[in-house]
Write a protein that binds this ligand. Structure first.
Ligand SMILES: Cc1cc2nc3c(=O)[nH]c(=O)nc-3n(C[C@H](O)[C@H](O)[C@H](O)COP(=O)(O)OP(=O)(O)OC[C@H]3O[C@@H](n4cnc5c(N)ncnc54)[C@H](O)[C@@H]3O)c2cc1C
Length: 195
C-alpha cells in the first residue's frame, strides 16, 4: 500500500482562479511546512482576473497585465508547489494510513484518511502538453469552476489567449452593430459600459 511521501500530510488544490487561489493562500498561512505539503495544480500559468477581461477584449490600449497575473506570491512564505498541467484523473486510494502529528502525540499512525493521486498532463517550457504525471494527496480540493464559451472562453495557453483577444478586439472595432442578448450583470453592466 502507498504511504504518504516524506510522512507529511499532502494537501492539493486543483484550480487556477479566484476560488482556488484564495483557498491556497489561506492554507499557506495556516499549514505547517514541517507537517504539510501544499500543491496547487492549474491548467493555466497565470491567474485570469475575469472582471477586467471584458475591458481587455474591447479596448486595445487596456494592458493585459491587468487581466493575466503571475502566481508569484500565491504561497507567501510557505514552500508550496505550483504545477502547470491539466488534471485528467483523480485516483482514490481509500485505505491509506497517514501520519498524524498533534501537539500531544507526534508521529503516530492512528487514522485512516481518504487519499490517492492526482493524474495530470504536465506542460513543458513551450506550454505544450508533455506527459502524464502524478502527485500524491491526502486532502484534495477540486475548485475547477465553470467553463466559459465565446469571448470570455480564454484558452489556457497564453499564446493562444493573446490571439483570442486580438481577434475579439478586431471584431469589436469593425462591428457596426453590437447586439447584447441577455440582461445579466456581465452583459448589461460590464460589456455595455466598455463598448
Ligand atoms: C466577464 C466576467 C466578469 C465577471 N465579473 C465578476 C464580478 O465583477 N464580480 C464577481 O463576483 N464575479 C464576477 N464574475 C464571475 C467570477 O469570475 C466567477 O464567479 C469566478 O471566476 C468563479 O471562480 P472559481 O475559482 O470558482 O472558478 P473559475 O474562475 O471557473 O476557475 C476554475 C479554474 O480551474 C481550472 N481548471 C478547470 N479544470 C481543470 C483541470 N482539469 N485541471 C487543471 N485546472 C483546471 C480552470 O482552468 C480555471 O483556471 C465574472 C465573470 C465573467 C466571465
Amino acid at each position: 500500500m502507498d504511504s504518504t511521501p516524506d510522512n507529511k500530510i499532502s494537501v492539493a488544490v486543483i484550480s487556477g482562479e479566484i476560488g482556488g487561489a484564495h483557498i491556497a493562500r489561506d492554507l499557506a498561512e495556516f499549514l505547517d511546512p514541517a507537517r504539510h505539503t501544499l500543491t496547487f495544480i492549474s491548467a493555466r500559468k497565470t491567474f485570469v482576473y475575469l472582471p477586467a477581461s471584458l475591458r481587455a477584449l474591447v479596448n486595445p490600449d487596456f494592458p493585459l497585465s491587468s487581466v493575466f497575473m503571475p502566481y508569484d506570491n500565491l504561497f507567501g512564505n510557505f514552500p508550496g508547489q505550483l504545477i502547470h498541467g491539466t488534471v485528467t484523473l483523480i485516483e482514490e486510494n481509500k485505505r491509506a494510513p497517514v501520519l498524524i502529528n498533534t501537539p500531544s502525540s507526534r508521529s503516530k499512525i492512528d487514522d485512516i484518511m481518504y487519499s490517492g493521486n492526482v493524474v495530470y498532463r504536465a506542460y513543458g517550457e513551450q506550454d505544450k502538453e508533455e506527459k502524464l504525471e502524478r502527485v500524491w494527496y491526502d486532502v484534495l480540493m477540486v475548485v475547477t469552476g465553470s467553463k466559459w464559451e465565446g469571448f470570455t472562453g480564454f484558452p489556457n495557453m497564453m499564446e493562444e489567449c493573446v490571439r483570442h483577444i486580438e481577434m475579439w478586439r478586431m471584431k469589436f472595432k469593425e462591428a457596426s452593430d453590437i447586439v447584447i442578448a441577455g440582461g445579466g450583470a456581465v452583459g448589461l453592466c460590464e460589456l455595455l459600459s466598455h463598448t
